[in-house]
Write a protein that binds this ligand. Structure first.
Ligand SMILES: Cc1cc2nc3c(=O)[nH]c(=O)nc-3n(C[C@H](O)[C@H](O)[C@H](O)COP(=O)(O)OP(=O)(O)OC[C@H]3O[C@@H](n4cnc5c(N)ncnc54)[C@H](O)[C@@H]3O)c2cc1C
Length: 305
């Protein structure tokens, strides 16, 4: 809960770009989750910096949400301000076969831009739904290629909005599906990506190849958050869950996909508790069978009480 005075201060700052008690089920791809205390969409960098400073001085936590394609919000909702960077949408070619994209740019826009400009190297991202901010935070990728392979620099705002830094690739600690080493609450503002010049038609074909492969192997017809678990070293989480006999297993409206066992889909009316129940069921079954402790890839956030 945000106290009335703090609420007024945030309203004075952002006007109608801040709303209160916003259901996160409408902002995450699994379509589950309770309300966030507030959802803010700052108009630009100055307003973002002011918002972060206000949150810090008022003692209100904040969290950035990109497209919500890898985020599971608990039914109890979220404390503090959720920040969306949908007004951070600049996308441009830079000299030396580079592309700079602000954090709010969607995977679709990057793909279209790459086709239009004949930029190769980012095709793998075409089927990874979300924003550039989410790609960077998650080091999104496929087994053959990930964001870390193509990023040259990331622009980051400090958690209190006081500093803006450009961090070169060599100083960024990308790990499997994460970017570590930055202060918690840091906000990625943009990424600079290296590309190769190619024929637009071959870039388009490569993107289609990736999209087709996903359509054949993933349950894209129902709400999900993509892979729920990280692949443990030398194994595939989906295969381990399938071998534990859990394909099609259900709790309430949530189901372990019959198409790809590392996906949990919302068959309609699922709650976050249903999804969390299946996560535990899969973790326990795999641990019992193989001794492997599966680690979640999806960011699980929200109140636990
Ligand atoms: C059908 C489907 C298929 C998928 N396939 C893949 C795949 O092949 N490979 C893969 O890696 N992922 C995959 N995913 C997961 C998801 O697409 C990626 O993790 C993507 O990067 C999420 O981006 P997002 O903007 O939606 O992030 P969100 O879910 O909004 O956020 C994810 C995390 O990033 C943080 N974050 C987001 N933006 C910022 C920012 N600007 N600054 C600081 N932190 C930020 C959030 O706080 C959160 O912790 C898939 C998801 C779906 C639904």
């Amino acid at each position: 809960m945000i106290a009335t005075r703090a609420r007024r201060r945030l309203e004075d700052l952002l006007g109608d770009r801040i709303r209160f008690d916003v259901p996160m089920s409408r902002h995450t791809s699994l379509c589950v989750g309770g309300p966030a205390d507030a959802l803010a969409t700052p108009a630009g960098r100055d307003e973002l910096a002011e918002l972060l400073a206000a949150c810090a001085s008022l003692g209100i936590p904040h969290r950035v949400l990109g497209g919500g394609f890898n985020t599971l919000v608990r039914d109890e909702g979220l404390d503090g301000v959720v920040i969306r960077l949908q007004h951070f949408g600049r996308l441009e070619a830079r000299p030396g076969a580079m592309l700079r994209a602000e954090a709010g740019v969607s995977h679709n826009r990057v793909a279209k831009f790459c086709v239009a400009n004949g930029f190769a190297g980012l095709e793998f991202g075409a089927g990874i739904p979300g924003t550039v901010g989410g790609w960077l935070a998650m080091n999104a990728g496929i087994p053959a290629r990930e964001v870390a392979d193509t990023v040259r620099e990331v622009e980051v705002m400090s958690p209190t909005g006081a500093h803006l830094r450009r961090i070169p690739r060599a100083s960024l600690r990308f790990r499997y599906r994460s970017l570590t080493g930055l202060a918690p609450g840091s906000v990625f503002l943009s990424g600079l990506f290296a590309v190769r010049l190619d024929e637009p038609e071959s870039v388009r074909k490569e993107i289609e190849r990736h999209l087709l492969r996903r359509a054949e192997t993933q349950p894209l017809h129902a709400p999900s958050c993509g892979s729920v678990f990280k692949n443990p070293p030398g194994a595939f989480a989906g295969r381990l869950i399938e071998e534990a006999g859990l394909k099609g297993s259900r709790i309430g409206g949530a189901e372990i996909s019959k198409i790809h066992a590392n996906f949990i889909v919302n068959r309609g009316g699922a709650t976050a508790s249903d999804v969390l129940g299946l996560i535990e069921r899969a973790r326990e079954a795999v641990s019992r069978r193989t001794g492997i402790q599966l680690e979640t890839e999806v960011a699980i956030v929200g109140r636990t009480r």
